[in-house]
Design a binder for this molecule. Structure first.
Ligand code: PRX
Length: 629
C-alpha cells in the first residue's frame, strides 16, 4: 500500500474508508449511517450502531484468546507481578462491574477514578465501560484542588481510589487527598471505593461513605454482568485537559468512533498484531494511557503491560528487561523518558535481548534529534515520532509503518494521519500559507472518529475553544507548525498558554491562579521555559504587594519556597514550578494585557519581537535581569 493513496481515500471518501474500518470491531447492532455531519462542527460516527468498549476489549476475544495473557501488571515499587489471561480479566472486570451495579450505578452515571498504576485501575475503567458508566480518570500527580474541580464538573456518583501509590520506594498517600477533595467539592460523590494496598497504615475510612473494594469483590466472585450496549455516539469517558483558562476542559469521547479509531490505529500506525505484547510507559491518568495502555491493545487482542515504577529503578535496564521477558513488539514512550535513560550507562541497552521489538513510538512533546539518534542507534529499530492531543485520542501527524514507512526526518512527526484534513494557516485570518512558513496547524472539520465529540456539559465551549479562531470553521490544534518542501510537518510549540513539562500538559493559567492565591503576591505570569531534560519547565514571574517581603536573598528564597509549595499543594507535584523570579513590574500592553509571549522569549534568551504595545520597556529588562541572576 502507498501512503498517499491511503491518505487520499480517507479524505476523499470518508464514508467508504471509515465504513470499512468499522468492520474491525464487533457491533451488537450495525451502524445505519457512517457519518452524520448535519450539525457542524458536531459530528456523529457510525450512527445507529450499538457496541461497547469493554465487549470489544475483552468478551469478543474469549472464544479465541481466553488463555492468552491480556494484562501484565509489574510494579518495581512493591515488587509485584501479576498476569491476567483474557478469561481472568473478564472475571475481574465482571466482579468490579457487579460491585458498581450493586451500588446503583447505571448507564450515563459518572465515576471518578483516582488511582495509582495498579491492575484494579484498569479493571475499574473497563467495568465502567461495560456498564456504560462514564469514567473520568484523574491523574494521580494532581492534588485535592484539581480533583475537586474535576468532581464538580463531572458530578460523579462514585469515586474509586486507593490508599496510596508508590514513587521511588516511598508511599504517596491518595486517600487523604480524596477526603480533602470531597470536602472541597460542591458535588462530592455518594460513595468512595478504596482498593486498599496496605501501604498507608494510617488511612481513615469515613463511615457510610467509604467502602473497601476487597470486601465488596468477595461478594461478587461469580458475577455475570452482561454488557450494556451503547449507541455509537454515547459517551464512554471524560478526560480533563488544560486549556487557556484556569478551568480544565472535559474532553468527551464517544464509544463506537473511538473503538474503530483505536482498532484501525493498531494496524496502520502501530503495525502490531493480535497476540503480541505492547508496553506503553505512560499513566492511565493521561490520554496515552487511556488509548494505548488500556483500550487499543486489548481491542486488538494484544497483551498490555501496566507498569508502576520509575524508568531507572532498580536500574535503567528495567524497561528493556520487560521488553525481553514479555517479548514486547510495540513500545510507546515519551522523549523525556528517553532523555532520562540517555543519561544512564548505555550498557543497559545491550544487556537484554530486544529482538522482539519492532518499533519504538514516541509522542507527547517534541522529539529532539540527539535523543532520536541515540535511541534508534542503540535499539536498532525505527523510532517513530507521532503527534497528537488529548482531544484527538489518537495521532494527527505520524509515519504509518503499517501502511508505508517513509524515511524518518529528524524533528518531524511525519505526515497527516489518515482522516485528518490538515492545513497550516495564518494566525488571525485563517488563510492557508505556503511551505516553509510558520502558521497554526488546523484540521478541516469534521474530525475523524475517536476525537472529542464535545466538551463535557458545554457545547458552547467546544465550539468556542476549538472552532472559532478563524473566519472559516476550522479545528485548531493551538500548535504552531511548518511543512517542508517534501511535505514533512514540524511542530513548533503552542500558540496558547499551555505548556508541556516532561510530556505532561499543563495550563499556565492554573498555575498563575494558584500562585496569586498567596497573600504576598500582587501579580503573576507563568511561562514555559526550555529545559534540556523535561522539554519545558514552568517559570513564575511575580511582583509582591510589599517590597519589604523580599529585601534580601534569604527573604526571596523563603518566599519562593512558599510559592512553590503552594502550587504543589493546590495542583500537585506535576505542576511544580522550576523557579520563581520576583520582579518590580510585569511586561504588559498599555491596556494591561500581560505579554506572556515576550516574557517567554526573554526568559529563553530569544528576541521578544515587536514591542510597540509594551507599556513599560524597563519591565522586560527586569525579566531579563531576573533570569540572568
Ligand atoms: O503541543 C503538542 C504536544 O502536546 C500537546 C498535546 O498534549 P496532550 O493533550 O497531553 O496529548 C498528548 C498525546 C500524545 C500538543 O498540542 N505534542 C504532542 N505530541 C507531540 C507534541 N509536540 C511535538 N511533537 C510531538 N510528537
Amino acid at each position: 500500500m502507498n501512503y498517499e493513496e491511503f491518505y487520499r481515500r480517507s479524505i476523499d471518501d470518508p464514508q467508504g474508508f471509515w465504513g470499512e474500518q468499522a468492520g474491525l470491531i464487533d457491533w451488537h447492532k450495525p451502524p445505519q449511517q457512517v457519518r452524520d455531519y448535519s450539525n457542524p462542527p458536531f459530528c456523529k460516527w457510525f450512527v445507529g450502531g450499538e457496541t461497547n468498549l469493554c465487549h470489544n476489549a475483552i468478551d469478543r476475544h474469549l472464544g479465541s484468546r481466553a488463555n492468552q495473557t491480556a494484562l501484565v501488571y509489574i510494579s518495581t515499587e512493591t515488587n509485584e507481578t501479576a498476569t491476567y489471561t483474557y478469561a481472568e480479566l473478564h472475571r475481574e472486570v465482571s466482579r468490579f462491574a457487579a460491585v458498581l451495579q450493586s451500588l446503583g450505578l447505571q448507564k450515563s452515571d459518572r465515576a471518578v477514578i483516582y488511582m495509582p498504576m495498579i491492575a484494579e485501575a484498569v479493571f475499574a475503567m473497563l467495568a465502567c465501560a461495560r456498564l456504560g458508566v462514564i469514567h473520568s480518570v484523574v491523574f494521580g500527580g494532581f492534588a485535592a484542588h484539581n480533583l475537586a474541580v474535576r468532581i464538580n464538573d463531572a458530578k460523579p456518583k462514585i469515586l474509586i481510589s486507593s490508599d496510596a501509590g508508590m514513587r521511588n520506594g516511598n508511599p504517596v498517600p491518595y486517600k487523604h487527598l480524596v477526603d480533602e477533595a470531597c470536602r472541597l467539592a460542591k458535588f462530592p460523590p455518594e460513595k468512595v471505593i478504596i482498593c486498599n494496598r496496605g501501604l498507608d497504615k494510617n488511612m481513615a475510612m469515613t463511615e457510610g461513605r467509604d467502602l473497601d473494594y476487597a470486601t465488596l469483590r468477595a461478594q461478587h466472585m461469580d458475577a455475570v454482568v452482561p454488557v450494556t450496549w451503547m449507541e455509537s455516539s454515547e459517551p464512554s469517558y471524560i478526560l480533563y485537559t488544560s486549556g487557556t483558562t484556569g478551568t480544565p476542559k472535559g474532553v468527551q469521547r464517544d464509544t463506537g468512533g473511538y473503538a474503530v479509531a483505536l482498532a484501525a490505529s493498531m494496524r496502520y500506525l502501530y503495525a502490531a498484531n493480535p497476540g503480541e505484547a505492547m508496553l506503553t510507559t505512560s499513566d492511565i491518568g493521561w490520554v496515552v494511557g487511556h488509548s494505548y495502555i488500556v483500550y487499543a491493545p486489548l481491542i486488538h487482542g494484544m497483551t498490555t503491560i501496566v507498569y508502576e515504577g520509575m524508568p531507572t529503578r532498580p536500574d535503567a535496564g528495567i524497561w528493556w528487561k520487560i521488553v525481553q521477558d514479555y517479548k514486547v513488539t510495540t513500545m510507546f514512550s515519551s522523549p523525556t523518558a528517553i532523555r532520562v535513560l540517555k543519561k544512564q550507562d548505555p550498557v543497559y541497552l545491550r544487556k537484554y535481548d530486544l529482538s522482539s521489538l519492532r518499533y519504538l513510538f514516541l509522542a507527547g512533546e517534541p522529539l529532539d534529534e540527539p535523543t532520536s539518534r541515540w535511541i534508534s542507534g542503540s535499539l536498532g529499530v525505527p523510532v517513530v515520532d507521532h503527534y497528537w492531543q488529548t482531544e484527538t485520542g489518537w495521532a494527527i501527524l505520524t509515519y504509518l509503518p503499517g501502511v508505508e514507512l517513509k524515511p524518518n526526518r529528524f524533528g518531524s512527526p511525519g505526515f497527516a494521519n489518515y482522516g485528518f484534513n490538515l492545513k497550516i494557516v495564518k494566525e488571525g485570518t485563517g488563510e492557508e500559507i505556503g511551505l516553509n512558513e510558520k502558521g497554526v496547524l488546523v484540521a478541516e472539520p469534521p474530525l475523524p472518529p475517536g476525537c472529542l465529540t464535545t466538551v463535557w456539559g458545554d457545547d458552547k465551549r467546544f465550539v468556542k475553544s476549538y472552532f472559532s479562531d478563524f473566519k472559516q470553521m476550522l479545528y485548531t490544534t493551538s500548535d504552531w507548525a511548518v511543512r517542508d518542501d517534501d511535505g514533512y510537518f514540524f511542530i513548533l510549540g503552542r500558540t496558547d498558554d499551555v505548556i508541556n513539562v516532561a510530556g505532561h500538559r499543563l495550563g499556565t493559567r492554573e498555575i498563575e491562579e494558584a500562585v496569586s492565591g498567596h497573600n504576598a503576591i500582587a501579580e503573576v505570569a507563568v511561562v514555559g521555559v526550555q529545559d534540556q531534560l523535561k522539554g519545558q519547565v514552568a517559570a513564575v514571574f511575580a511582583t509582591v504587594k510589599d517590597a519589604n517581603m523580599i529585601q534580601n536573598d534569604d527573604d526571596r528564597a523563603r518566599l519562593e519556597k512558599e510559592v512553590i509549595n503552594r502550587v504543589v499543594e493546590i495542583l500537585g507535584p506535576v505542576a511544580r514550578p522550576s523557579k520563581v523570579h520576583f520582579v518590580n513590574a510585569l511586561p504588559k500592553t498599555r491596556s494591561g494585557k500581560l505579554l506572556r509571549r515576550s516574557i517567554q522569549a526573554v526568559a529563553e534568551g530569544r528576541d521578544p519581537g515587536d514591542l510597540s504595545t509594551l507599556d513599560d520597556p524597563m519591565s522586560l529588562e527586569a525579566v531579563r535581569q531576573a533570569v540572568q541572576k
